[in-house]
Every structure is written in structure tokens, then in C-alpha cells.
Design a protein around this ligand. Structure first.
Ligand code: FMN
Length: 225
């Protein structure tokens, strides 16, 4: 059936569900008089997300664009956040790493469904220094550090056995010694060129405010939902 003639589509998620109950009272943001410091507000929202019964409250979608303009998106974990930007760690030879080599800009999206909140960040991307990448790498369990060497992230792999073989070879290579950070593994920092706070409300009449970095502070704009 052509799309133009199709009015029989079944829609996903239309059924009314009860709102999730929280065992704490989130502090509402005043969108008419937004706080002057979005970094502080981000930490406040993340702290409240940390109180949710979710496994990775620091998970965020990371969107990049590769050399020929193809977009891609995946989930990564936020590992540091301050006025310099949002930091995550990955394999720099991965699809995202290669995309960032050609287009060092990214968009991030956090979504905390039970709080009806999202935060969007857009900014220039830079590699974190070796000291920070080393420091974070050392906090990871040994098996994860082995995995960072063993996985040619985003490359084709024949089967699970091939991955397991890479892991076994890496374990043998580092037997009895520390597992250093691979040279192709490290952090990226997404600068806070813009950061938007979104609070869901009934009937899609949500609240949004976007902070854009200017030479002297932040330009703050409220947006229609
Ligand atoms: C909850 C969650 C957290 C993840 N965190 C990371 C991360 O911090 N770094 C990373 O490289 N991949 C992480 N991944 C895997 C990525 O989503 C992705 O599959 C991988 O990085 C390869 O992406 P690419 O091929 O686009 O480069 C995570 C996946 C999930 C579901």
C-alpha cells in the first residue's frame, strides 16, 4: 500500500499508562527565571537522575557526522562534566572516533524518562589529554582494560570465537603485568556551545530553555515546546 493511501497504521505506545511514581520529590527548575549557571543546574539534574532506579543514569546518546555527511548515533557514558564540557571515553579508531577526526563536533542527549526530563548539548569536540585518559583507564576493571585492547571496535568480526581469541591473546600478552591504556583509546570532551534543559509537562506543553555560550557568559532563551 502506498503511504498516501495508508490510514490503517497501528501506532506504537498510544495506550495511556500511569505516570511513574518517584520516592523523592525532584526540585523543579524555574523556566521563566532560569538559573544563571547551566553547569550547576546540569549537576543538580544528574544528581536527581542518580536517585532513579535505573542502571546507567549517566548514559547519553552521542551523535556524530562522518566525512561524507552520514550521521550516526550511539550510547556512551558520561564520565566527567564541568564548564569545559562533557567527557566520555572510547576507542579512537572506532566509527565515532573516525567521524570525530573529520567532523570534531557532536550532539549529546540525556533522557530520564521517569523525571520527564532531557538535556541536549551541542559543541566542538576535542581529545582529552593523556593524563586524564590514563587516570580513567586505571579505574576500570582489568577485564575491561583487556577488552579495550582486544576489541577492534566497529570493525567486522567473524564470530564470538574470534572475539574470545583476541581476548585470550591479549590476556597472554599482559600475563603477570599491568594492562596499560592502548594508544588508540582515550577521552573526548564535548564543549558546551549550547545546552538545553527540557522538562516534560502534560499534553506536550513542555518547558524548554537553551543556554548558548557567548563571549561574556550565556545567552539564555526560552523555547516553545
Ligand atoms: C548503556 C551503554 C553505555 C555505553 N557506553 C559506552 C562508552 O562509554 N564508550 C564506548 O565506546 N561505547 C559505549 N557503549 C557502546 C556504544 O553504544 C557503541 O556500540 C560503541 O561505542 C561503538 O560505536 P561506534 O561503532 O558508533 O563507534 C555503550 C552502550 C550502552 C548501551
Amino acid at each position: 500500500m502506498s503511504d498516501a493511501a495508508d490510514n490503517s497504521q497501528r501506532f506504537i505506545g498510544s495506550a495511556q499508562r500511569p505516570l511513574p511514581t518517584l520516592d523523592f520529590e525532584p526540585v523543579a527548575m524555574d523556566f521563566d527565571t532560569p538559573p544563571s549557571d547551566p553547569v550547576c543546574e546540569f549537576h543538580r539534574w544528574l544528581a536527581e537522575a542518580n536517585q532513579l532506579a535505573v542502571f546507567n543514569p549517566n548514559a547519553m546518546s552521542l551523535a556524530t557526522v562522518d566525512a561524507d555527511g552520514t550521521p550516526s548515533v550511539r550510547t556512551v557514558l558520561l564520565k566527567a562534566f564541568d564548564e569545559r564540557g562533557a567527557v566520555f571515553f572510547t576507542n579512537r579508531m572506532s566509527r565515532k572516533g573516525r567521524a570525530l577526526d573529520s567532523h570534531p563536533q557532536a550532539a549529546l542527549s540525556f533522557h530520564w524518562d521517569n523525571l520527564a526530563r532531557q538535556i541536549h548539548i551541542v559543541g566542538r569536540v576535542s581529545r582529552t589529554g593523556d593524563a586524564l585518559s590514563d587516570a580513567y583507564f586505571q579505574t576500570r576493571p582489568r577485564a575491561s582494560r583487556i577488552g579495550a585492547w582486544a576489541s577492534l571496535q566497529s570493525q567486522p568480526v567473524a564470530d564470538r570465537a574470534a572475539l574470545d581469541r583476541h581476548v585470550a591473546e591479549t590476556e597472554a600478552r599482559f600475563a603477570g603485568s599491568d594492562v596499560p591504556r592502548p594508544p588508540h583509546w582515550g577521552g573526548y570532551r564535548v564543549a558546551l556551545d549550547s545546552i538545553e534543559f527540557w522538562q516534560g509537562d502534560l499534553f506536550r506543553l513542555h518547558d524548554r530553555v537553551v543556554y548558548k555560550r557567548s563571549e561574556c557568559g550565556w545567552n539564555i532563551t526560552r523555547l516553545f515546546p
